[in-house]
Design a protein around this ligand. Structure first.
Ligand code: ADP
Length: 299
């Protein structure tokens, strides 16, 4: 296995409703759908569909959602031998209400995801050793992310951290990261600099690079992504598309980036590949349902 994703897996339960209910109110909704989700699982799916050999290290509960998550991951072709089952907690779920205008409210019960803990160092070690690229996000305990990054960086692996959802990170963690991929909100949280243009992305990226991150890539929505490293600071432009739903754009970007690097593409070329894959995902509805397959990219 060349790409190891260590992160969350959830079941998203979505109800479409005429409007969002007020406090204490019950309303009758419309259609109900259940979708696989969680940033770890989404990024593992993206990397697999785009041609990577992927193992997902995640934790589910000993319940129906957990079983369904495992079978869906297997169907995608993801190696699931490190999907851990913890009978003390339920599998992660997100309860989502979407109104007619597309506005939503979301409550996530992380459940077993938050039990993917440091005491599993012995479980983490083996798959990290076997991988070339380690892909991390922040929907599992921060200590686990820190431990994984430290272990992987000591072994000379490429560590990609997608710092989502936004959360402050220590300089010690940042110094272990080969590639950090915040979006604009996350870059602002990490630097205090409001990021809304390539110019402000440059300031934030320089700030993070000075803190010890080898390569900073700030994703800028339709503008593309801004790269800052020792050699260069530049915008890698996005691909213009008719955007329908940007859910999972960042997850697609990160999965694609890992695959492109594994294939030996230079970083700038890899970012362009990730922009292309992510641009396709925003032309379709949903999270995992919008993630493209490699044949759709024609490269
Ligand atoms: P997130 O989805 O995490 O908030 P972004 O909005 O920055 O992150 O999107 C991630 C990537 O998805 C961008 O760098 C870009 O490649 C692609 N992308 C997002 N929105 C669009 C869009 N409207 N048109 C084309 N590409 C997009």
């Amino acid at each position: 296995m060349k790409i190891l994703v260590i992160g969350s897996s959830n079941t998203d339960m979505v109800i479409q409703a005429p409007r969002l209910p007020a406090r204490g109110e019950t309303i009758l909704g419309g259609q109900f759908v259940m979708n696989p989700g969680g940033k770890g699982a989404n990024q593992a799916v993206a990397a697999t569909r785009l041609g990577g050999k992927v193992r997902l290290l995640t934790k589910v509960g000993d319940d129906l959602f957990g079983q369904q998550t495992i079978s869906r991951l297997k169907n995608e072709g993801i190696l699931t031998d490190y999907v851990l089952i913890d009978s003390r907690y339920p599998s992660g779920v997100a309860l989502i209400t979407v109104d007619e205008g597309g506005e939503n409210t979301i409550v996530v019960a992380s459940g077993a995801n938050m039990a993917l803990g440091e005491k599993e160092i012995l479980v983490l070690m083996n798959p990290i050793e076997q991988a070339t690229i380690i892909l991390l996000q922040l929907e599992i305990p921060l200590q686990t992310v820190e431990l994984a990054a430290k272990t992987a960086s000591n072994l000379g692996k490429t560590v990609i951290l997608n710092p989502a959802p936004a959360y402050p990170l220590s300089d010690s963690l940042l110094s272990k990261i080969s590639i950090l991929t915040p979006n604009q909100t996350e870059a602002q949280m990490l630097t205090g600099i409001k990021v809304n243009s390539p110019e402000t992305a440059d300031l934030a990226a320089q700030h993070l690079h000075k803190k010890g991150v080898a390569n900073v890539i700030i994703t800028l929505g339709k503008e593309g992504a801004y790269l800052c490293n020792e050699q260069t600071t530049q915008l890698i432009p996005g691909y213009p598309v008719e955007a329908v739903d940007t859910t999972a754009a960042g997850d697609t970007f990160n999965g694609a980036l890992a695959v492109a690097l594994l294939e030996g593409k230079e970083l700038i070329e890899a970012i362009s590949f990730a922009n292309l894959a992510a641009s396709l995902s925003v032309t379709r509805l949903g999270a995992q349902s919008s993630i493209p397959y490699r044949y759709e990219l024609e490269c």
